[in-house]
Every structure is written in C-alpha cells, then in structure tokens.
Design a protein around this ligand. Structure first.
Ligand code: GTP
Ligand code: MG
Length: 356
C-alpha cells in the first residue's frame, strides 16, 4: 500500500494498527498452544483433589457410574483410618469409655484389604465403626493424631456414616473430593477451558515419587505448588520425624530456585484452610515454630507466617510471588481462585510470547 498519500499521523496510526493485528494473531496462535500446568507439593497437600475440581468445574463431570467407582476407596479410607486409631489408642494407653468397644476394635482390626468391598461387604463394619467413633477414648486419640499418621478425610466420612453406611450408597461429589488415594507415577488431564486447551499434570508428592518429577519439567507454562497449611504440627508419613511444613518449604526451595523454571509462573496454594481454621483453636504454631511472631489464634497471623517461610527461600525476589489461600475440597472456593489464577497464567503467558 502506498503510504505516501497519508499524513505522518495517519501513517503512525496504520503502523500501530498493523502491530496490534500482528500481536492479536500471535496471541491467538499462542492460545491455541497448550497451557501446561504442573501440580507440585508434598504428599497429601491436595494436588489430586484440585484436579478433581477441574474435572467437576470444566471437564466431564463425574457420572453416577464414575462416582460408584470411589465407593471402595471410601470404605477403605474409613476402615484403615479407624484401624490406625484403634492401634494408636492402645499404644497411647488412652482408656476406652465403653468396654464393648474392645470387641468393636477387634472387628475393625481384622480388616485387611482384599479385593473390592461392595456395599454388602461393608455392612458388618458399620455399627462397630460408628460405636468406636463415638467413644470418648477414640475422640481423645483423634485429638492427638499428630503423634501418628492419620489421613485428613476420616473425620469427614465418620460424620457421614449414617449415609455412607447405607446399602446402595452412591458417593456424592463431595465424597469423591474427600476420598484419598496416594498418586503413583505421572497423570495428565486435558481440559478445554473456554476454548483454551489446558494440560494438568498430577504427580505423586511422597518422597519415593519425587524422583519422577523431572520427567515432566519440559514446556511448563505454570506450576501450582500446594501446601497443606494445617500440617504445622504433623510429621512426614515417609519418615515420621521431619515436620511436614519444613519438608514442604524444602521442596519449594528446590523448585522455585531451579533454573528450568526461571520463566515459569509459580503460584502457591496454601491449602486446607478449613482444617487450619480448626487447628489454630487447638494447637499453637509457636510450639512447633518458636520464631512465630504473631498471635497463634489469629488466622491472618498464621497465614502471614506461612507465606513468609516460603518467601524467604526464594533467591530471586524480583518476580512476584503469587499465592492464594484455598480449600481444595470446596468447589465454590476453587472456582473463584482458579478464575483468578487462570487470568494470571494467561496474561503472563501472552506477555512471554510477545517478548519472543
Ligand atoms: N478438609 C480438607 N481436606 C483436603 C483439602 N485438600 C485435600 N484434602 C484431602 O486431603 C487428602 C489428600 O489429598 P490429595 O489430593 O490426595 O493429595 P495429593 O497432594 O494428591 O497427595 P499425593 O498424591 O500423595 O502426592 C484427601 O483425603 C483430600 O480429600 C482441603 O483443602 N481441606
Ligand atoms: Mg495425588
């Protein structure tokens, strides 16, 4: 086009307009590329639960048949969890309130995972489980659960035993979100969100699983790093000695300061806020981290401290530290948080592509 017929101002306007067109074209091309989101964090921090939420919110939601598949895992979570409590109560020498629960304890301890449990198979366990859970001795043991290894989902399922223990029980979405099965290996989920293809990569967070992490470090757009914020009084399942929060900070240190991720937006999810709210009423974080400067009963003070622990290991502080306080089992919460996160990821992604 002969630009000499245009005034300098008009020529400048045309140039700018062409530049914007070009950017838009690039942007569209970049958005057609996959957005790869890697979920990292220690075991039980909530990575797989977050992926379940993505499926509920943006993917193919869990059908009745899909939810039925979780039934066995839920029964197993309840039986194994209660078995651990029965054993811990004995070891900690906490007396039972009702001596009848000796027999109930034996009935639950006889459970060994053998094949899938049907709703009928589960029936003989329902009353023993319920009676044990109501025993003051077992409840005192639950309060000391940081002295042994108890999963976070047991309380939720035991509170729902009247429903979960019925013949013909069909797990709800919330039950699916609370069910626990440790991840082994690497699992990828492709989900289209408003025309943008996202690939979520879920890995196992336990120590034995972490040597596999580097296999998925290529072409990462963003890392969601999950932290179990209520775990400040707990030790690691893997060695029963290391504090879970300390382990989590150490893992974050290796990720955030890794040269592979210099251009990658890393977003922290301080997860399990619901459990943290309950935990600070019972246990002072100061007993585990004497350097804690605030009021241990104040949620904001505890969260600020957690954030500062993670921030302190970052070598390059010129990059912004994105962080959110989440409850991965709460669909409403994850919907709001992920909307913000998605915008952060896409904006940063487009900026990076524009610089190329
Ligand atoms: N109450 C509550 N429970 C949660 C939350 N997030 C996860 N959980 C539960 O914590 C347990 C562990 O969650 P997962 O999603 O399996 O943890 P993960 O990070 O995938 O663990 P690995 O696969 O071992 O690395 C499950 O029983 C979840 O239901 C939360 O915010 N609140
Ligand atoms: Mg997992």
């Amino acid at each position: 086009m002969a630009t000499c017929f245009y005034s300098p101002d008009e020529q400048e306007a045309i140039r700018r307009s062409r530049q914007i067109d070009k950017q838009l074209q690039q942007e569209r091309r970049s958005l057609k590329q996959e957005i790869k989101i890697l979920l990292l964090g220690a075991g039980e921090s909530g990575k797989s639960t977050f992926i379940k939420q993505m499926r509920i919110l943006h993917g193919s939601d869990y059908s009745e048949a899909d939810r039925l598949d979780f039934r066995h895992t839920i029964y197993h979570n309840m039986l194994k969890g209660t078995k651990i409590l029965v054993e811990a109560r004995r070891r900690l020498q906490i007396p039972l309130q009702n001596s009848k629960n000796q027999e109930n304890g034996k009935a639950i301890s006889s459970y060994h995972r053998e094949g899938e449990l049907s709703d009928e198979d589960f029936q003989p366990y329902v009353t023993p489980l319920d009676e044990l859970w109501k025993d003051a001795g077992i409840q005192s043991t639950v309060k000391r659960s940081n002295e042994f290894q108890l999963g976070d989902s047991l309380t939720y399922f035991m509170k729902n035993i009247q429903r979960v223990g019925l013949l013909g029980y069909l797990p709800s979405r919330e039950d699916v979100l609370h069910s626990r099965k440790a991840t082994r290996g690497i699992h990828e989920y492709n989900i289209d969100i408003r025309g943008v293809p996202f690939r979520f990569v879920d890995v196992g967070g336990q120590r034995s699983q972490r040597q596999k992490w580097f296999q998925c470090f290529d072409e990462v757009t963003s890392i969601l790093f999950l932290i179990s914020s209520s775990a400040y009084d707990q030790t690691l399942l893997e060695d029963r000695v290391t504090n879970r929060l300390v382990e989590s900070v150490n893992i974050f240190d290796t990720i955030v300061n890794n040269r592979c991720f210099r251009q990658v937006s890393i977003i922290l999810f301080f997860n399990k806020t619901d459990l943290l709210i309950d935990k600070i009423k019972e246990k002072s974080i100061k007993d585990y981290f004497p350097e804690f400067p605030g009021n241990p009963r104040k949620l904001g003070d505890v969260q600020d401290f957690l954030v500062s622990m993670f921030n302190s290991v970052r070598q390059d502080k010129t990059q912004e530290m994105y962080r959110h306080f989440t409850t991965a089992t709460d669909t409403g919460n994850i919907k709001v948080v992920f909307n913000i996160v998605k915008d952060t990821i896409l904006t940063k992604h487009i900026q990076d592509i524009m610089q190329i």
